[in-house]
Design a protein around this ligand. Structure first.
Ligand code: ACO
Length: 430
């Protein structure tokens, strides 16, 4: 793969480490033999300089603000493709033909129902439980219902598990929402497309016919598309780490969803909208910017900053336009939250603190405004992110299992605790 080598010299040792050149992005130094040959570890908390796997799925150029799925830029996919086609692309590597797309869509559509006994899981939760608490539990519980797709060594079972998770996530999330609002569970309807079906399951009631607004369905589909995958982020790395032990696919995806829930990751969309509401009016923005810059205040501008993007997140650009479109189409004019968001973005981008640290709006900055306008409570924002990202998790999970180089993930540590010491019986301690 490479003839280039990096030379590492320390104490009386010199080690030669292979350098790989990826299709795009910075070169990678292979340190796998470092411990065996040099008796040293590298130390990289938060993995800021560490590649954990070889992947062909998604590429991010954080400096340029570029996101590619299988080589295709996200703005083109958001404008010209649709979520299930992007799912196909992520899973299988190429855009589908018409026949392949029809077959894939049909397979997903015919797996949207949940085993009916799963309704008892929902009923075991408190009504006021956060939907993510329910979703993480129900996703994990899928391994108790779909035994015939938990053998990770069987490619057919892996395929069935993948389709099942993409197909059932809208039902799982919508039912968590139904349950929290005291409504009966709404079953999927096979003549609707993926996004329309989700909207109907969230908002329909049995007493009335529900017509899905095609504009909202399009906006929903775009939100799904923009969140479909994002390289080796925290939740995807969690899925890969869980899977490295041979855990079943449902357990791995549940682990990813649990990680996504945190406010520094997929929970940021809820936190961002709550922050925008708390700011309330544009005249209060300077006060919040000052707090975000204050080292002694833990407050951060939610929806701002990213580990990889040091430029505007390309997904935020698309969502900013979508926010205007959706609010216009819903007849919501002069939405105060959107006004605060736009002015906050402007003031932060003109502030040297944010410029120097290269902090730009991320995908969560505008998504909450759209979801709120569509009628979702903030507690449903992270579940919608989890639904969208399920395909990314599964694609990365499948890729890892097919990679002959994959091993159980087992990081080491820089130990700074007590050195060896003998136990002192309680009676002898002072
Ligand atoms: N507001 C104010 N200051 C910030 C922010 C922010 N949103 N984000 C980063 N900074 C500052 C940090 O205080 C730090 O300053 P210092 O160098 O003076 O100590 C510097 O910028 C670098 O920040 P780190 O936390 O070290 O960067 P990291 O890459 O670890 O964190 C993260 C990235 C977690 C996304 C961070 O920017 C953040 O907390 N943002 C707000 C939460 C958010 O929007 N998360 C969603 C991310 S996108 C996603 O998961 C879908």
């Amino acid at each position: 793969m490479t003839d280039r080598k990096a030379t590492l010299t320390f104490d009386d040792k010199t080690l030669e480490l292979p350098i790989y050149s990826p299709t795009a992005g910075p070169d990678v130094i292979d340190i796998r033999k470092l411990y065996a040959q040099g008796n040293v570890f590298t130390h990289d908390p938060g993995f800021t300089s560490t590649s954990s796997c070889e992947s062909t799925i998604t590429f991010i150029d954080g400096d340029e603000g570029v996101l590619l799925h299988r080589g295709y830029p996200i703005d083109q996919l958001a404008a010209q493709s649709h979520y299930l086609e992007v799912c196909y692309l992520l899973l299988y590597g190429e855009l589908p033909t018409k026949a392949q797309m029809d077959d894939f869509e049909s397979r997903v559509t015919h797996h949207t129902m949940l085993h009916d006994q799963m309704t008892y899981f929902y009923r075991g939760f408190r009504r006021d439980a956060h939907p993510m608490a329910i979703i993480v539990g129900v996703m994990g519980a899928m391994s108790a219902f779909y035994h015939d797709s938990t053998d990770i060594n069987d490619p057919w079972q892996r395929e069935v598990a993948s389709i099942r998770m993409i197909a059932k996530m809208p039902t799982i999330c919508a039912w968590a929402f139904n349950y929290s609002s005291g409504k009966p569970f709404v079953y999927p309807k096979n003549d609707l497309d993926y996004a329309s079906n989700f909207l109907r399951m969230c908002f329909a009631v049995p007493a009335e016919e529900y017509q899905v607004d095609p504009v909202l369905a399009k906006a929903m589909d775009r939100i799904f598309t923009l969140h479909a995958d994002h390289e080796q982020n925290a939740s995807t790395s969690t899925v890969r780490l869980a899977s490295s032990s041979g855990a079943n696919p449902f357990a791995c995806i549940a682990a990813g969803a649990a990680c996504l829930w945190g406010p520094a990751h997929g929970g940021a969309n809820q936190a961002c909208l709550e922050m925008l509401r708390e700011i309330g009016t544009v005249d209060r923005i300077p006060e919040f910017i000052a707090r975000a810059k204050d080292k002694d205040d833990p407050f951060r501008l939610m929806g701002f900053g990213h580990r990889v993007y040091k430029n505007i997140d390309p997904r935020a650009k698309v969502l900013k336009e979508s926010a205007d479109e959706v609010l216009d189409l819903l007849g919501v004019h002069d939405n105060p939250t959107l006004q605060v968001a736009k002015e906050l973005e402007k003031q932060a981008l003109n502030d040297p603190y944010f410029a120097e640290k290269k902090l730009f709006p991320n995908v969560d900055f505008y998504s909450g405004i759209i979801l709120e306008a569509m009628g979702f409570p903030t507690s449903m924002f992270t579940p919608i992110f989890a639904l969208s990202r399920t395909v990314g998790w599964i694609s990365q999970w499948g890729e890892q299992l097919s990679d002959p180089a994959h091993k159980i993930g087992r990081p080491r540590q820089l130990y700074t605790g007590a050195a060896y010491r003998d136990y002192v019986p309680l009676s002898e301690r002072g």
